[in-house]
Design a protein around this ligand. Structure first.
Ligand SMILES: Cc1cc2nc3c(=O)[nH]c(=O)nc-3n(C[C@H](O)[C@H](O)[C@H](O)COP(=O)(O)O)c2cc1C
Length: 322
């Protein structure tokens, strides 16, 4: 399938694996890229420029296809060494960067000068237009359904994607709630040039996370995610568990008085314990409503191949028969 996104990134299929904290390691990124999609290493999981350089080198050993690095710009008291991380990406010849969080304008000139394509993840049309105006090559439009941070507007993809299509000139992919061929075809019908998936890619054999994480996604229904941290204007969609219930009790009790320190036990530093040790109840971790559509743990290659084959039959049989 040829779309503006496959052309822009030099990939075979219009399927991107979004950056995921403590999931987006070289193994997953290389598996997605080798299967013809665009895999992504999560920069902040590595933390330092040296470690990121090492992870990029590992990925380059596992694939000769293009892959991306995600740079998430978060408000932080002790910010990561963003200039150092950007320099490592440039030096290693990584062709694509997925930015997320704050406006990446500060780093766009140096990335563009190095010939790097930038796709910015946005949860609203106004942020997508901003990304376009500062020179991003594409955007990932992340609907209310998404795992992780859906923003504060709560607009689902059935509205957000056609709104983006009406306004944007640069190509965009649909992110949030994407799982299979039906998602891909629907996203394309709504104006997207491809899809970005997070949760679906965790439940694959290639994702380097504990089996308990994959099983939790397979066992979850679309009713099992919760939104947390709304009163901190840092809303996150997570899978419900004991820690999330505890956290939500505190939110209920403290209301607008809630401070980050009140919930630090449930959210800070929990990812390594969950993703690598499989201690699932220790804290809150991002997960999309799309878990309700995930019922198996295929290889990344089988997942991507089946999406493309079934998309072809939806387009050429089901839709063309109407
Ligand atoms: C466990 C997990 C961790 C994530 N970490 C990040 C991250 O560090 N940076 C980022 O930009 N997006 C992150 N995301 C968001 C994904 O890249 C993607 O946009 C989102 O999962 C899409 O929604 P879906 O889960 O419905 O496919 C994360 C998502 C999950 C599920």
């Amino acid at each position: 399938m040829k779309t503006k996104i496959t052309e822009l990134f030099g990939i075979e299929h219009p399927i991107i694996q979004g950056g995921m904290h403590h999931v987006g390691f070289a193994e997953l990124a290389a598996a997605v890229s080798n299967a013809g999609g665009l895999g992504t290493i999560t920069g902040l999981t590595q933390g330092t420029p040296e470690k990121l350089a090492n992870e990029i080198a590992r990925c380059q050993e596992m694939t000769d296809k293009p892959f991306a690095v995600n740079l998430t710009f978060l408000p932080s008291l002790t910010p990561p060494d963003y200039p150092g991380l950007v320099q490592v990406i440039i030096d290693a010849g990584v062709p694509i960067v997925e930015t997320a969080g704050r406006n990446p304008a500060e780093y766009l000139p140096v990335l563009k000068e190095a010939g790097i394509k930038v796709i910015h993840k946005c949860t609203s049309v106004r942020h997508s237009l901003k990304a376009q105006s500062i020179g991003c090559d594409a955007v990932s439009v992340d609907g209310f359904e998404c795992g992780g941070h859906p923003g504060e507007d709560d607009i689902p993809n059935f509205i957000l994607l056609p709104r983006a299509a009406d306004e944007l000139e640069i190509p965009f992919v649909a992110s949030g709630g994407m799982a299979d061929a039906r998602s891909l075809v629907a996203a394309m019908a709504l104006g997207a040039e491809g899809i970005n998936m997070g949760t679906r890619f965790i439940a694959t054999q290639d994702a380097p996370v504990h089996q308990n994480v994959k099983d939790a996604i397979v066992n979850a229904s679309e009713l099992d995610t919760r939104l947390i941290m709304r009163s901190l204007t840092n809303t996150e969609r997570v899978l419900n568990n004991d820690a999330v219930e505890r956290l939500m009790e505190k939110e209920k009790a403290l209301g607008d008085k809630l401070r980050f320190e009140d919930i630090v036990d449930e959210v800070a530093g929990v990812y390594p314990k969950i993703m690598h040790e499989g201690t699932m109840e220790v804290g809150a971790w991002s997960c999309g409503m799309v878990a309700g559509l995930v019922s198996d743990i295929p290889t990344v290659k089988d997942l991507i191949d089946s999406i493309m084959t079934e998309a072809d039959s939806i387009i050429n049989q089901r839709l063309s028969n109407f």
